[in-house]
Design a protein around this ligand. Structure first.
Ligand code: UTP
Length: 469
């Protein structure tokens, strides 16, 4: 077949005709698939990408004057010195969960490049004893919430082209990890083409395929709005929505106390942070500047500022962002209605491509620019932001890197899960013998109060055991 006229016209207008150089080499199904990929390209976004690549400024001013920025006041989980009492927060959060007015978004797209996974990260079996996959652990937390508060938490799961089919298959084969499929909404984020860093032209990674990458966790906003997900949440009765990421099995987005702080402070946007310890820790930081909060990526924080310490020894910028957020739904609706809510960020990357003769080139240094949107860029748009500091050991154990890496590999994640389980058992008065591994059944145990009723109370655990399993 010949390329569709609309595609040819769009490519001519955008000066991207080179993309059809190998059209005649494709069989018809490949031509159809490629035509569909080209038809889906939003050329306005490509123009915006080229403008940014040429040094243009963002559609919304994202600049932060770090010389005057400070770490914003943080409420600390369980701290009676907070301006809102932990017990009041827990009551308010529990009330919202019991009323069924909280929804959740699990961010499970991306590509898992660092981990080197070919498919969803959510299938990684991180359970220290059960080898439960991340999906089972994280969806299990919603099952535990339903068990305790008597109401479902409607859940939207964001996938990417790399994770969508396998995620749907896994959930169907595993009875939705105990959730009601009617209360789960799966939606796919967009891909964005990479562009050649020198020419601004789109790249092919195969004769009939553009080099693309997922549009970042911020892609959730536009994809959720486009697929009817925001309306779905409305129909499910969600007035507030938490978001969390598939690669953190310790995440506690539905902790009643966190939700309570969000609600009692009337925040549009709340976020959990952990205390950044070392200047080189690779986490973004939450800062406040001119009355606005925002997240600054670690790569944008100059070394000298990252190392600056306050008189009490704390890093000046110590509020490490862990991508666990809560939003008022009305805030997300308003943000989705703006065209400039989430500007594109660019990163120079080595992207394999086809040269003019169709040879596949695998560059060893950055040759292209990839673009992403970050959900935390909504923060400066919020009227009220609530920052809640949690202990990393309680709520942050990300799986990022392959086994054997110095940090954030499966062995670190599993050790963190075991340590967390041991601490919760100790709080519940259950002793665990030295060196014995224990794991909490995520769909049963939210905190130590769920352990108190189990028959293990007043015993010493001296062999590996799944608590509540
Ligand atoms: P990361 O930024 O660590 O990306 O994502 P990643 O795709 O998992 O891994 P790398 O960077 O390629 O090695 C943090 C979380 O955000 C999600 C991921 O699923 C993960 O839970 N994410 C990331 C998306 O859903 N979409 C994206 O485009 C990027």
């Amino acid at each position: 077949m010949t390329p569709p006229t609309a595609v040819v016209t769009a490519l001519q207008r955008a000066d991207q005709q080179h993309l059809l150089a190998f059209w005649d080499r494709l069989d018809e199904p490949a031509q159809q698939a490629f035509a569909a990929q080209l038809e889906a390209v939003d050329w306005h976004v490509i123009e915006e990408m080229q403008r940014l690549a040429a040094g243009g400024s963002h559609s919304r001013d994202l600049s932060v004057d770090l010389s005057t920025a400070v770490t914003p006041p943080c409420l600390r989980l369980g701290d009676p010195k907070n301006s809102i009492q932990p017990i009041d927060a827990r009551h308010r959060g529990a009330e919202a969960l019991g009323a069924g007015s909280v929804g959740a978004i699990l961010v499970a797209g991306g590509q898992g490049t660092r981990l080197g996974c070919h498919g969803p990260k959510g299938l990684s079996r991180v359970g220290p004893l059960t080898q439960a996959p991340l999906f089972e652990i994280l969806l299990g937390k919603l099952v535990a919430v339903r068990r305790r508060y008597g109401r479902d938490v409607p859940l939207a799961i964001m996938t990417s082209s790399a994770t969508d089919a396998d995620t749907r298959r896994f959930l169907a084969e595993h009875a939705w990890c105990g959730l009601d499929p009617e209360r789960v909404f799966i939606f796919r984020q967009h891909d964005l083409p990479a562009i050649d860093a020198t020419t601004g032209r789109l790249l092919l990674d195969a004769p009939g395929h553009l080099a693309v990458a997922p549009d970042g966790h911020g892609g959730m906003l536009v994809a959720l709005a486009e697929t009817g997900g925001l309306d779905w949440f409305g129909n499910q009765g969600a007035e507030h929505i938490v978001s969390f990421q598939i690669d953190n099995p310790l995440a506690m987005p539905l902790a009643a106390e966190f939700l309570g702080y969000h609600l009692l402070s009337n925040a549009d946007f709340s976020t959990q942070v952990v205390r950044k310890q070392a200047p080189g820790d690779r986490v973004g930081i939450v800062v406040s500047c001119d009355g606005r909060h925002c997240v600054v990526e670690y790569s944008d924080l100059p070394e000298a500022l990252a190392a600056e310490r306050l008189p009490d020894g704390l890093l000046r910028f110590h509020a490490g962002s862990i991508a666990v957020h809560a939003f008022a739904k009305s805030f997300l609706d308003a943000a989705a209605a703006r065209h400039d809510s989430l500007p594109l960020h660019l990163a120079f990357k080595a992207v394999p491509y086809l040269d003019g003769q169709g040879n596949r080139i695998v560059p060893t240094s950055p040759n292209a620019i990839k673009f992403e949107r970050f959900i935390f860029d909504l923060m400066p748009l919020a009227q009220r932001v609530c920052v809640v500091e949690i202990e990393a050991s309680e709520g942050f154990a990300p799986l990022k890197n392959p086994p054997g890496s110095a940090s954030d590999a499966i062995e670190h994640v599993q050790a963190a899960l075991v340590a967390h389980a041991r601490r919760l058992l100790a709080k519940a008065g259950v002793a665990v013998a030295e060196g014995v591994d224990v794991e909490l059944a995520a769909n049963r145990i939210i905190d130590e109060t769920d352990i108190a009723g189990l028959p293990i109370a007043d015993t010493v655990i001296d062999r590996p055991l799944v608590i509540g399993g």
